[in-house]
Design a binder for this molecule. Structure first.
Ligand code: AMP
Length: 270
């Protein structure tokens, strides 16, 4: 497995692999890898990628002031071992300094799908996501990139960026991987105490119980009575992300809620 920190070296290697006729998959992550991330690598394998490039980068530009950029969990050594075991062929560990050069001044903004949900709650978040993902696409020129449904709005925003900026690759969405309890796996779960983990179960439980015509007010009160602080609970059209009054087929119901200080997200496609 190749390990890169220098974007130029990664770019050269990917270009050479591509010239050699190899199919390249990109799996962008912020590291502290868990089974959710590893399922994306499995997906890339199943789709017959010859080279699977995993990027591990806590992207400062996608964090808002006051968020957890500094304390976001990091474990480079464990991530390398997990990537190797999962079958990645290259890992990219850039530093903020070599991703954002002095006076970096170009950003990618998606201005439709990123308006609501996490985009409204985390101003600038998707600008940071789109910018770093566009850079990763330019560095690796993948045939496809794999993203998790866990971040449903992100997948839709990236798909729109690919369409509107003519990136030549496919976006593959992989299902949400959960702990046996139902809790969606997340690097941020490491922040949760045992008690908070128990509270968090209301999210996956509440989402799983949704059926066409279910009332979002029920989900809202389930989350509140579990002791979670709701950031948003919304039902949207799964394609346009426009609000929908009724839970119905073709909708996505998304939740963001604070469990103590930890912000958790989860969603379900109806
Ligand atoms: P992150 O490191 O949290 O930025 O996530 C990197 C990628 O892994 C994103 O495409 C996420 O949607 C995906 N991911 C994170 N958690 C999960 C999960 N529990 N199941 C599936 N994919 C996930």
């Amino acid at each position: 497995m190749k390990v890169f920190t220098d974007p130029k070296k990664l770019q050269k290697w990917c270009a050479a692999r591509k010239l050699a006729g190899r199919k390249i998959a990109l799996v962008p992550t912020m590291g502290y890898l868990h089974e959710g991330h590893l399922s994306l690598i499995q997906k890339a394998k199943a789709k017959r990628a010859d080279e699977i490039v995993v990027s591990v980068f806590v992207n400062p530009v996608q964090f808002c002031p006051g968020e957890d950029y500094e304390k976001y969990p990091r474990d480079e050594k464990a991530d390398l071992a997990k990537c190797r075991a999962a079958g990645a062929t290259a890992v990219f560990f850039p530093t903020p300094k070599n991703m954002y050069l002095d006076r970096h001044s170009v950003y990618v903004c998606e201005e439709d799908l990123s308006k609501g949900l996490c985009g409204a709650r985390r101003p600038g978040h998707f600008r940071g996501v789109c910018t770093v993902v566009a850079k990763l696409f330019n560095l690796t020129h993948p045939d496809f990139a794999v993203f998790g449904q866990k971040d449903y709005q992100q997948v839709q925003v990236i798909r729109r960026m690919v369409r509107d900026l003519n990136f030549d690759l496919d976006i593959v969405m992989a299902p949400i991987v959960r702990e046996p309890s139902g809790l969606a796996r997340s690097s941020r779960n490491t922040y949760l105490s045992a008690e908070e983990k128990e509270k968090a179960l209301a999210i996956s439980r509440g989402l799983r119980a949704l059926k066409p015509n279910s009332k979002l007010s029920t989900l809202n009160s389930q989350l509140k009575s579990a002791g979670l602080r709701i950031d948003y609970v919304e039902c949207v059209d799964a394609q346009t992300l426009e609000p929908r009054k009724k839970v119905a087929k073709g909708c996505c119901v998304l939740v963001a809620a604070y469990d103590g200080k930890t912000r958790l997200i989860d969603n379900i496609l109806i």
